[in-house]
Design a protein. Structure first.
Length: 219
């Protein structure tokens, strides 16, 4: 059993991560801005605490005593740059725990925009990407660029990027792995269900196979 602090537990991906982790017997703390509004009565085994992923001091208070911190935070309709603020806040909060406290690992849900397509260009360089989506892609890329400046000896971080298409669907328990290249099927499609994305993320929590780097998954 792993003690996991989860930011973004009420979102589309975060909800699936929460359920997948509980399904496997892990102990999950959902860190939310307003615990009274936590909407998931099915997650009865979840501890719910107040915290703000954009505030390093709040992060430190919420994650102390946990072994892994997961951020499934998304800016919603807000400023995409909040993704960079969140990444900096997570690392800053973990660092502030000090040398005498066990440092939790950090697993961040990233984006697909900075993955390289089989044809060579990055996903975000392909034609026809809407401007709001492009801004979100680049914000995820900036957050990843920041994480790559963090020595893994100081904070053991990992970033998991989804396939080009991710949506709620079936939990098959299977997926294919990639690193910085988009994973596609025989027909050139790149997609994964949020349920199987959560499977891959919790697998990473259990295996710690990609410390200090980004990886990606698809069906």
């Amino acid at each position: 059993m792993t003690k996991i602090a989860l930011f973004g537990a009420t979102g589309t991906i975060g909800t699936r991560v929460l359920h997948e982790a509980l399904r496997r017997g892990h102990e999950v703390t959902a860190v939310v801005r307003d615990p009274a509004k936590f909407p998931d009565p099915a997650a009865g085994a979840t501890t719910v605490v107040r915290g703000d992923v954009l505030d390093p001091a709040s992060v430190a208070g919420a994650v102390a005593g946990h072994e892994v911190v997961v951020s499934a935070f998304g800016p919603g309709s807000g400023n995409p740059a909040a993704l960079v603020t969140a990444a900096r806040s997570l690392i800053g909060g973990v660092r502030s725990l000090g040398p005498d406290a066990p440092a939790p690992r950090v697993v961040v849900v990233g984006g697909a925009g900075s993955l390289r397509t089989p044809g060579g260009p990055l996903v975000w360089d392909e034609a026809g990407v809407p401007a709001p989506v492009l801004a979100l892609m680049h914000a995820h890329g900036d957050a990843l660029d920041f994480l790559r400046t963090v020595p893994v000896e100081e904070v053991r971080w990992t970033c998991l990027s989804p396939a080009a298409q991710i949506a709620p669907g079936e939990r098959t328990g299977t997926y294919r792995l990639g690193l910085d290249g988009l994973v596609v099927d025989e027909e050139g499609r790149s997609r994964i269900s949020t349920e199987d994305f959560a499977v891959a993320l919790v697998d990473e929590i259990e295996r710690d196979a990609h410390a200090g780097r980004r990886f990606t998954v698809a069906h």
